[in-house]
Ligand binder design. Sequence first.
Ligand code: ADP
Length: 248
Amino acid sequence: DLSHGVALYLDDISVSFDGFKALNKLSLSLDVGELRCIIGPNGAGKTTMMDVITGKTRPDAGTAFFGQTIDLLKLREAEVVAAGVGRKFQKPTVFEDLSVQDNLELALKSDKRARATLFFRLSATQRLRVEEVLEQIRLHDQAGRRAGDLSHGQKQWLEIGMLLMLEPQLLLLDEPVAGMTDFETDRTAELFLSLAGKHTLMVVEHDMEFVRKIADKVTVLHEGSVLAEGSLEQVQADERVVEVYLGR
Ligand code: ADP
């Protein structure tokens, strides 16, 4: 039962590249339905952490569980996706020549658990899911539009929508509002707040105004481990965090 408890549990994770510790005994856990922001200077280990969660990088040591029972370190990348982890990289990667709706349908058809749908028409439930996601990402009036003609922000929402088609329990999002207009950023904040609860979100973000809008809890990474954790106000008041951001 994932309706309570821990969605993601990382303990003592270490990753070295040629002796350099990109992650150094990193421990972090997310509750089910939580919206957590991850901040930290360049090189802090944020990307490496996401790579470990998604099976792209194997740690030298440590534990990583998805929910109570799924040992992430035993799964390959595709199996992590199938288990319910969706990852969004910074740059949008939608199929530019397809319509918004076709992009969403394609995401559904790419689901390994439902491969048969490649050859069949969408079921009523699936059509409903497309409608639901179009509403969530606020592209319901753009369903027929060529994805390549969308604004940068709309492309990012569409890609989030493509992840949502697979109903992931955990969403990992890397700098989702980079390059967005203020209006798009506000809408993205609303979207994330509406997704929290139903999904667990881990958002890596540098835009502190955006973080302020969405996060209950912020984790600051530095030199491969957790430097501070708490509300944005708490971590911003932490001397060690101030020092890291201002440089020594
Ligand atoms: P962040 O995402 O917080 O900027 P990264 O996880 O990308 O940090 O990187 C952490 C550190 O590990 C950086 O110093 C980076 O240069 C190093 N690193 C990341 N990936 C590799 C790799 N494949 N080979 C060597 N060094 C790497």
